[in-house]
Design a protein around this ligand. Structure first.
Ligand code: HEM
Length: 124
């Protein structure tokens, strides 16, 4: 990380963010607490998550360019997000990251960065 300006660059950019998203959603779709919240056609969600994580980790602002201000908490309000679901979401992400070749300390850093928003989205 130290020789990179952003987490996005440190993990290897576009290809690796795509890989994370590809590995994350199968975990979500098989998680008993999370699966019922998501549509059967997960592809559009995956594309938005790819765009969002790219900018969240310091890459190009793909999400905002296409969808405007992220307002992520507001966008999650239609869904009942409990603390258990936040924990489950982070668990699915931890599993996805562990399934990549991203070095451990960087995986940990990414999870720490995501845990703030995850618990902030709790609304139920
Ligand atoms: C805390 C647990 C979370 C749950 C249960 C959850 C659940 C959901 C659900 C149900 C959707 C909508 C799927 C649809 O389009 O029908 C969604 C969309 C999305 N979520 Fe989450 N989410 C969580 C946390 C997060 C976190 C931590 C992030 C990123 C920091 C995130 C990023 C996104 C993005 C980018 C979208 C697409 C938004 C859009 O429609 O433009 N989510 N999430």
């Amino acid at each position: 990380m130290s020789s990179y300006d952003t987490i996005y660059e440190a993990v290897g950019g576009e290809a690796v963010i795509r890989e994370i998203v590809e590995k994350f959603y199968p975990n979500v779709q098989t998680h008993p607490l999370l699966a019922p919240l998501f549509p059967e056609d997960i592809r559009p969600v995956m594309e938005k998550q790819y765009q969002f994580l790219t900018q969240f980790f310091g890459g190009p602002s793909l999400y905002s360019d296409e969808h405007g201000h992220p307002m992520m908490r507001a966008r999650h309000l239609p869904f009942p997000i409990t603390p258990e679901r936040a924990k489950a979401w982070l668990g699915c992400m931890a599993k996805a990251l562990a399934d990549t070749s991203i070095p451990e300390p960087l995986q940990q850093l990414m999870l720490e960065r995501l845990s703030g928003p995850a618990y902030h989205f709790v609304n139920t």
